[in-house]
Ligand binder design. Structure first.
Ligand SMILES: CC[C@H]1O[C@@H](n2cnc3c(N)ncnc32)[C@H](O)[C@@H]1O
Length: 482
């Protein structure tokens, strides 16, 4: 089948679905009509998109951790602890790395070793191996809505079992779970795999079951200019909407300059709504998610709480619908449930104290937001042009041409020519625009911002600034000063 941004027809979908459900034994337990009935039996307060919509309407920021362990009994205990002791408003199930690569045999071994050793030998929850019934045991044991978080280029079977298993939200996308995560995975293939995922969500929507979808905003989490993460988020939103998805949360990873971060959330919401409207998807609900600092973390737990609180404050001041919470064990690896709950409590404390304040409409944020909107439109207009109007085809062509280019991404399909560096206030600017289709005035804006830093530091604008900014975090700073 050729790549096209077109709703997958039923015959094609059902033919592919047979192969997908046969790709691991637990796939045979998935029955769409039965799963629809199960999803309809889930209480209102556990429907992910409903809770997001309510918070958005009230201008509140919900808190959500990442969490996942190998044994499902332990996973239930972990998630119950995070909602009881951590105060999580929304729950995750972070999937293990083997499952993300469709290596279910190794995930199976991980479960066995975990049972033998009494500790989690996987870095997440292996949804495919457990299958529908056990997933329902997990999701039914919790008070709050539960979302599947992962990083899977071919997530078709994972989607089937996740939704049948009672999860009411699903993260990821054909670009955001490929380019930042994989080296050799064909972008064309992952876009098509994620069209399958979104078509399945669309079919649940048509059957009266609303599943929230969340493209992965942070991408590589390293100095990502807001216009690049916004362009990817809008593309994945439009591709999902074409398949019938009606409930979308677009995301962004904290970069560190508060004005720019607040502007990034403001412009992301504006861009997503305007592009949905422009392309005729008038009935898609849009919310936003802010990811706390995705860069390196200090080992010292008190310092880590400082980073967590800073991300919490920015999320609150940006009026993000939800914030993804880090833990004081971030520098070490998979956190204990206690550390995870502590990160949540610190976050809720800051979010609550700042709930009556906002920076969204202050002039400097509006100015920064306008820049991001103009930059993102330059990119997206070129993507549509390269695709001769077809967004999916245009996306593949845009990566080939370097029009879409994600800094520090491992994928061979990524040009890797765009070089970001921080300006004198720590905002992420673009030192080398590569093949980004920016207008001259936008290029001049970035050059001038970096010249300001150059004058302050008495050194030329150079690649050394990029290196210094990457290493600055480890020294507890944002801007890598000489
Ligand atoms: C996107 C990367 C983020 O996911 C986090 N992460 C990955 N696996 C788990 C896990 N199993 N439990 C908690 N956090 C996790 C990791 O610490 C990092 O902050």
């Amino acid at each position: 089948m050729e790549l096209r941004n077109k709703r997958i027809d039923n015959d094609t979908f059902y033919k592919e679905r047979k192969e997908v459900l046969a790709s691991w034994p637990t796939g045979k337990d998935v029955n769409f009509e039965e799963a629809v009935e199960f999803q309809k039996s889930i209480p209102e307060e556990k429907i992910f998109g409903r809770k997001l919509a309510q918070a958005d309407a009230e201008g509140r920021t919900l808190i959500q951790p990442r969490a996942g362990v190998a044994l499902y009994t332990e996973h239930i205990r972990l998630l119950q602890f995070l909602e009881e002791e951590g105060g999580a408003d929304l729950l995750p199930s972070t999937v293990d790395s083997y499952t993300r690569l469709n290596r279910y045999h190794e995930a199976e071994n991980g479960i066995i070793k975990s049972k033998e050793s009494g500790r989690s030998m996987l870095n997440g929850f292996p949804i495919v191996n457990y299958g529908t019934k056990i997933c329902r045991t997990v999701t039914s044991a919790l008070k709050n809505p539960v979302q599947v978080r992962h990083g899977t280029p071919d997530a078709r079977l994972l989607t089937e079992i996740s939704i049948a298993g009672g999860f009411t939200s699903y993260e990821g996308g054909g670009i955001s779970y490929n380019i930042p995560y994989s080296k050799n995975f064909s972008l064309e293939k992952t876009i098509m795999y994620w069209q399958y995922t979104d078509r399945l969500v669309g079919m649940y929507e048509e059957a009266g079951v609303s599943i929230n979808r969340e493209p992965f905003g942070p991408l590589t989490g390293t100095l990502i200019p807001p216009c690049i993460s916004s362009a990817v988020a809008v593309i994945e939103t439009l591709l999902a909407a074409e398949q019938g998805v009606k409930d979308i949360t677009v995301g962004y990873g904290q970069c560190g300059n508060v004005i720019q971060d607040v502007a990034a959330i403001r412009s992301l919401r504006e861009l997503t709504n305007s592009y949905l409207k422009e392309y005729g998807y008038d009935d898609v609900r849009v919310t936003t998610v802010f990811h706390q600092w995705m860069g390196g973390f200090p080992q010292d737990e008190a310092k880590a709480f400082g980073v967590i609180s800073w991300g919490s404050a920015t999320a609150a001041l940006a009026k993000a619908t939800k914030v993804i919470v880090k833990t004081p064990h971030e520098a070490m690896g998979v956190p204990t449930k206690e550390a995870n709950a502590a990160g949540l409590r610190a976050t809720k404390q800051v979010i609550s104290m700042l709930r009556d304040q906002s920076l969204v409409d202050i002039p400097v944020v509006e100015q920064e937001s306008d820049i991001i909107v103009r930059e993102t439109k330059c990119i997206l207009d070129k993507v549509f042009e390269l695709g001769k109007g077809d967004l999916a085809v245009g996306t593949v062509a845009a990566f080939e041409a370097g029009v879409l280019d994600i800094p520090f991404a491992p994928s061979r399909y990524n040009a890797g020519k765009v070089l970001p560096a921080r300006d004198d206030n720590g905002a992420v600017r673009i030192l080398d625009t590569g093949h980004l289709p920016f207008t001259e005035d936008l290029k001049a804006f970035h050059r001038e911002k970096l010249e300001e830093r150059s004058r302050f530091e008495h050194r030329p604008v150079s690649f050394q600034m990029v290196i210094d900014d990457v290493y600055a975090i480890g020294k507890g700073f944002l801007v890598g000063r000489p």
